[in-house]
Design a binder for this molecule. Structure first.
Ligand code: TLP
Length: 336
């Protein structure tokens, strides 16, 4: 059988030979002592890219999100977000389980940020009865929203309102790179519309691990304590930071290819192209477990989002031939 085409997620990529060499060559030190030069350089670079003062290298997007939210929300206060947000869907209830943070959700149209709808739900800090809304979490691109890019106008409207209201904005930017490539909006513009932002290298950028949390210098100093407390203090971790630096230089510039592949896949599967803004293709009204199993038997892996929905995510380990093969296999199974 030809090589497996794994479209379950863009997290499944393996480090390329060039990335492995960069990892092997990395200068390292003990990062808990703040002595790993490769980590420090990455943190400085990412902070600058997103227009923030400081950054912290963390093991995962989940840790970046959860510490990011904790920096702007006290136990007993709430974070408001949309009902399909990763932070409340796929992070194992961490905000409540780990930090005592309450979350409240607003139903959205496939993840689309609606600043007014969120603002309308915000609860004040000075009421004796209510759980105060300390922060709003935004996801860009939106995972369960089929990789949708959030409209810049909505992000700006939320940010401008939040300054007067004293409510913080956290950005789950696991795939902010895809948003930037698709929209042409630069990373710093997105970064400046958030108090805290978590960005991932282990999705479209293809590293084996690694996320970075950006914010003010003061908040990042606190984030460093939280990371250690959670067991996320890492030692000679420049080997991983080097993979991230490599990815910024070699994989970020090619990310548009993944979007082209997603569009091609959608076209071949007869999926509405309007639903494909970045690197995800979602097919609805299918018997997801059956399709996933039968596709696997033919060497194509797809993600099951629900009983009736599959997700196919393009990434750096899948080329055009792989996309065509996947389309043939999956198209045959879903009758499109
Ligand atoms: N998403 C994963 C799964 O958890 C669903 C995937 O395969 O898409 N924010 C967003 C928007 C994400 O999509 C993810 C990962 C994360 C955060 C968490 O990143 P990790 O897995 O590094 O904790």
């Amino acid at each position: 059988m030809a090589d497996l085409v794994d479209l379950r997620s863009d997290t499944v990529t393996r480090p390329t030979p060039g990335m492995r060499r960069a990892m092997a060559d990395a200068e390292v030190g003990d990062d808990v002592y703040g002595e790993d030069p490769t980590v420090t350089a990455l943190e400085e670079r990412v902070a600058a890219l997103f227009g923030h003062e400081a950054a912290l290298f963390v093991p995962s997007g989940t840790m970046g999100n959860q510490i990011g939210m904790r920096l702007v929300c006290e136990p007993g206060q709430e974070v408001l977000c949309d009902a399909d947000a990763h932070v409340v869907t796929y992070e194992m209830g961490a905000a409540a389980a780990v930090f005592g943070i309450s979350t409240r959700t607003v139903v959205s149209d496939r993840g689309l940020l609606d600043a007014r709808a969120l603002i309308a739900q915000v609860r004040p800090r000075d009421d004796w009865h209510l759980t105060a809304t300390a922060a709003i979490a935004v996801e860009n691109t939106h995972n369960r929203g089929f990789g949708r890019v959030q409209p810049l106008g909505e992000l700006q409207a939320l940010w401008e309102w939040s300054r007067g209201a004293g409510v913080a904005v956290h950005l789950d930017g696991a795939r902010i790179w895809n948003a930037s490539v698709a929209s042409g909006v630069d990373l710093a513009t997105y970064g400046r519309l958030a108090d805290t932002a978590s960005v991932c290298f282990s999705k479209g950028l293809g590293t084996p691990v690694g996320s970075v949390l950006v914010s003010s210098a003061e908040r990042i100093a606190t984030a460093r304590l939280w990371r250690k407390r959670l067991g996320g203090g890492m030692r000679q971790v420049g080997v991983l930071a080097a993979a991230c630096t490599y990815a910024l230089e070699h994989h970020l510039p090619r990310l548009g290819e993944d979007h082209e592949h997603a569009r091609l896949l959608a076209e071949l599967l007869g999926v509405d192209p309007a639903t494909v803004e970045t690197n995800m293709v979602v097919v609805d009204d299918v018997a997801a477990p059956m399709v996933a199993e039968a596709a696997k038997a033919e060497g194509v892996l797809v993600g099951q989002v629900s009983a009736r929905r599959i997700r196919l995510v393009t990434h750096l380990d899948v080329d055009r031939a792989g996309i065509e093969r996947a389309a043939k296999v999956v198209g045959g199974l879903v009758g499109r």
